[in-house]
Design a protein around this ligand. Structure first.
Ligand code: S3P
Length: 433
C-alpha cells in the first residue's frame, strides 16, 4: 500500500489518536501474569500490540478482545504460563521480543521467538547480556533473532549498569527480576520511559527508585487491575508537527499521555517556536494525561539538547520534518540509537528529505538539517511505520504531491492513520498495488 499526499490545506478539528503502544504491550504482559482478570480500555489495536496478545494466547492465557480498544485478560499468575506449541512470532515489534525475553528466560519451558525481516536485523545482545548474567541460557543468530531461550534456569538478581539508555532493556531486566532470587537493580545512563515501573506498582508490585537506582525484589505476585490507556504521544506527534507547519491550522488532541519520560517532543517543538497549549491536565491510572491544542507557527532551527534525546526517541522522524520546515539549521547529536529502530531512521529520513530537495549532513550519531523548500516526489519507508507517517506530514508543506511507497507497516502502531489524517484536513489517499 502507498500513500499519495497532496500538498497544502489547513488542519482543524478535535481528535483522539490510538492508545499508547508501550502501555498496551505492558498491560497484556502484566495482566497475563497477574492473579485475576485485568480490564483495560484505550488499548492499541495495532499489529505490534496484537503480536504480544497472540504470544500470551499461545501460552494458554485467555484474552477477550481487543474490541473498540477494550480488552480483558484472565491472568494465570507468575507461574501459570504453558509451553507454546510453536515459535512465537513477534512480527515487527522490538518491544515484544525484548520484554518477553525477560519473561521467558525464567519459565520452566523452552521458547523460540522471531519476527519479520526488520526485527531479524535488530540487536538483541542488549537484552541477552544482562539476562545471561542472571543465569539465563539464550542462543541467537549472531546477536539477532531468532532467540532460543532455554527453560528451567534459576535466575538470580544482579546489579546492572546499563550501557545504553533503553527502556526495553530496563524493562526486560525488571521483568526477569520478578522471578529472580534476591534483588535485581539497575542504573540507566539517562532516564527512559518508566511505564514498566509505574505499571508494576499499579499491579501491586513494589519497585524502588532511589538515587537513580531502580530495583525490584523477586518472588512476589501481581494483582489484576483496571486501566485506561491514554492516547499515544508518539502518534499525537504527527499531528503536532502537521498543525504547526500548515498555515491557518488549529487542532486539539485529546487524552494524550504526558509522562515526562515521553514528552520531549513537546519541549523540542516549543524550543523551535511551536504553539502548543497543554490543558486539562489530570492523572489517569498512575500516568499524567492532558489535552493539547496546537496552532500554526513559524519554526526556527535549534541545537537539540542531548538530554532530550531519550525522551523523544520515537519522534525524531517527524521532528526532522519540522526541522526541514524551520528557518535555519537544526542539529541533532547523541542519537545513535535511531540507527537500530525499525529502520536506520537517520539514513531513511536523510534519503527521503534529500529526494525532496532538503539539505542534510549525516553523522553516526545525528544529523544536521537545513530548513528549506520541499518539492514533491517519491520516497521509501524502509518498512518503517514512522518514516511513512512523517513523509505524509511533510507533504503538507511540499510544492507537489509526495508518493510514499510501502506503507503497510503504519498499522503496527497507528491503525486508521490515513482516515484520521483526512478528518483533520490532509489530502491523503491509500493506493493498493
Ligand atoms: C519502547 C522503548 C523504546 C522505543 C520503542 C518502545 C518501550 O525503545 O523506541 O518504540 O515500549 O519500552 P528503546 O528502549 O530500545 O529505546
Amino acid at each position: 500500500m502507498k500513500f499519495i499526499v497532496d500538498p497544502g490545506g489547513s488542519l482543524s478539528g478535535t481528535i483522539r489518536v490510538p492508545g499508547d503502544k508501550s502501555m498496551s504491550h505492558r498491560t497484556v504482559m502484566l495482566g497475563a501474569l497477574a492473579n485475576g482478570t485485568t480490564k483495560a480500555s484505550g488499548f492499541l489495536e495495532g499489529q505490534d500490540a496484537l503480536c504480544t496478545v497472540q504470544a500470551f494466547k499461545d501460552m494458554g492465557v485467555t484474552i477477550r478482545g481487543p474490541i473498540d480498544g477494550y480488552i480483558e485478560i484472565d491472568g494465570v499468575g507468575l507461574h501459570g504460563l504453558k509451553a507454546p506449541e510453536a515459535v512465537l512470532d513477534m512480527g515487527n515489534s522490538g518491544t515484544s521480543i525484548r520484554l518477553l525475553s525477560g519473561l521467558m528466560a525464567p519459565q520452566a519451558f523452552d521458547t523460540t521467538m522471531t519476527g519479520d525481516v526488520s526485527l531479524q536485523k535488530r540487536p538483541m545482545g542488549r537484552v541477552t547480556v544482562p539476562l545471561e548474567q542472571m543465569g539465563a541460557v539464550i542462543e541467537s543468530d549472531g546477536g539477532k533473532p531468532p532467540l532460543r531461550i532455554k527453560g528451567s534456569q534459576r535466575l538470580k538478581g544482579i546489579h546492572y549498569e546499563m550501557p545504553i539508555a533503553s527502556a526495553q532493556v530496563k524493562s526486560c531486566v525488571l521483568l526477569a527480576g520478578l522471578y529472580a532470587e534476591g534483588r535485581t537493580s539497575l542504573i540507566e545512563p539517562a532516564p527512559t520511559r518508566d511505564h514498566t515501573e509505574r505499571m508494576l506498582r499499579g499491579f501491586g508490585y513494589d519497585v524502588d527508585c532511589e538515587n537513580d537506582v531502580i530495583s525490584i525484589q523477586g518472588g512476589g505476585s501481581l494483582q489484576a487491575t483496571t486501566l485506561d490507556i491514554p492516547a499515544d504521544i508518539s502518534s499525537a506527534a504527527f499531528f503536532l508537527v502537521a498543525a504547526t507547519i500548515s498555515k491557518g491550522s488549529d487542532v486539539t488532541l485529546e487524552h494524550v499521555g504526558m509522562n515526562p519520560t515521553r514528552s520531549g517532543v513537546i519541549t523540542i517543538l516549543t524550543l523551535m517556536g511551536a504553539n502548543i497549549d497543554v490543558f486539562n491536565e489530570r492523572e489517569v491510572g498512575g500516568e499524567p494525561v492532558a489535552d493539547l491544542r496546537v496552532r500554526s507557527a513559524a519554526l526556527t532551527g535549534i541545537v537539540i539538547p542531548e538530554e532530550l534525546v531519550p525522551l523523544a526517541i520515537d519522534e525524531f522522524p517527524v521532528l526532522f520534518v519540522a526541522a526541514a520546515c524551520a528557518s535555519g539549521r537544526t542539529v541533532l547529536s547523541g542519537a545513535e540509537e535511531l540507527r537500530v529502530k525499525e529502520s536506520d531512521r537517520i539514513a531513511s529520513m536523510a534519503e527521503g528529505l534529500t529526494r525532496l530537495g532538503i539539505e542534510t549532513e549525516v553523522f553516526e550519531d545525528g544529523i544536521i538539517i537545513a530548513g528549506g523548500e520541499m518539492t514533491g516526489g517519491q520516497v521509501d519507508t524502509f518498512h518503517d511505520h514512522r518514516i511513512a507517517m512523517s513523509f505524509a506530514v511533510a507533504a503538507l508543506r511540499a510544492t507537489g504531491a509526495i508518493q510514499i511507497n510501502d506503507c503497510d507497516h503504519v498499522a503496527t502502531s497507528f491503525p486508521g492513520f490515513a482516515s484520521l489524517a483526512r478528518r483533520v484536513g490532509f489530502d491523503i489517499v491509500e493506493a493498493f498495488d
